[in-house]
Design a protein around this ligand. Sequence first.
Ligand code: FAD
Ligand code: MLT
Ligand code: ZN
Length: 464
Amino acid sequence: MSPETNHDLVARLAARLGPAGLLTAESDVAPYAVDWRRLFPGRPACVARPASTGEVAEVVRLCREAGAAIVPQGGNTGLAGGAAPDRSGTQVVLSLGRMAAIRAVDPVGLTLTAEAGCVLRTAQDAAAAVNRVLPISFAAEGSAMVGGVVATNAGGLNVVRHGMTRANVLGLEVVLADGSVVAGLRALRKDNAGYDWKQLFVGSEGTLGVITAAVLRLSARPRHVATALLAVPDPEAALRLFTLAQDELGEAIQAFELISGLSLALVARHGGPRNPLGPSPWYVLVEAASSLPALREAAEAVLGAALEQGDAQDGVLAESGQQAAGLWALREGITEAEAKEGRGVKHDVSVPIAAIPAFLAAADRALADKLPGARPNAFGHMGDGNIHYNVLATADQAGEAVNAVVHDVVEAFGGSISAEHGIGQYRAAELVRRRTPEEIALARRIKAALDPEGLLNPGKVLPL
Ligand code: FAD
Ligand code: MLT
Ligand code: ZN
């Protein structure tokens, strides 16, 4: 796009959106120009902040006329660089932050309809206000927005019980690349009429359409919650605990997280909360919830059995909601602590749950062999087979080299290079290497069908 077209487009967007709807000054644009990890600094032509679906459609149409690429953005907490513009100075960041309304909450039908810019925690609070739960939860929920959560198919802490975001999306409203609006905000539990097109947009990371609103599934709010932190000797013991918890607590398990000792040491070093247990190579944070009164007794029995069989060496069962929140603060502090620690190379991998101990051992061996000095720090959603096998690399170890070592091991275990964070630009080249040519060709056909001019978030998910 020439500088003149660029200039004209900005003028047209300004005329259509008004002063509150368009940012152009460098200092105003700066927070939208770089991703949360600050790995992909960009330079957008401007930031468009439409306040309605009609305005989103108009922005898309104006950008299309000018041949300008659009980078949809929600809370900008993504960990794959998907919401950051490139450095060309021609891309338009389309921020959904002004479309933040909750359009409806239905405690009987168990649904909540929110606009894309609604912060996840605000949506959770609206569900809690009618004694229901919006069961999508993770450390960035105070900033991530509904549109971003849907566009990344976010996972998080409750997937073991409630599934990924995909399982909790009942309807979507989407603006397509040609500016047309597809209205599918049906609040139905069952809807088998034709192709389930909304699922194409879940996890599409802004490359197929702009999500403007979503109908999300709510759950009943369990009366009792049992949250425990256990110190465990190794991942094998953690796996045995997962089976024990499944046998004894069944569908009540809503989180099962594995945490390395190094993770909690980093949390402590960077000002995080106090770990109530002593040092341990590994920990498990497990949470079960039910409205049946026997939950606490059952949880105590599981903790007792774990200690007796030596799979846990110590453990604490939270006595109050406040104590439970303290345990969660330890877990949710890991990402920030790692960021403060320095050069982390992230991996968001999944393998079959039962293979996690063998995967961890093999990945540690491969790193020690090929990249001596690199320190693995593994934690994550063990109950979903999803480990954040992050590596604190030395200054001379290139991120791509670390990725290759870890992803080779993942591949050997039949795993995935992204369980929940998505591909964005961080993993786009790796995706092409790790998926079959047929899968990539199919993805490109879907992209071409929905965005023939390639204007929606180019270079994300699929490399240019
Ligand atoms: P953004 O970062 O703004 O965008 C993410 C992607 O979605 C981009 O490709 C963007 O173009 C696209 N997009 C955004 N909005 C729209 C829209 N309206 N229409 C179309 N495309 C859009 N993720 C997990 O899955 N599980 C976790 O446990 C987890 N923990 C995290 C912890 C921390 C501390 C942090 C910082 C992040 C974590 N994340 C986690 C990653 C991130 O929070 C999620 O991916 C989240 O869903 C992103 O939402 P967002 O609104 O910030 O999206
Ligand atoms: C989490 O589960 O806390 C994040 O998804 C992990 C990460 O920061 O790698
Ligand atoms: Zn995670």
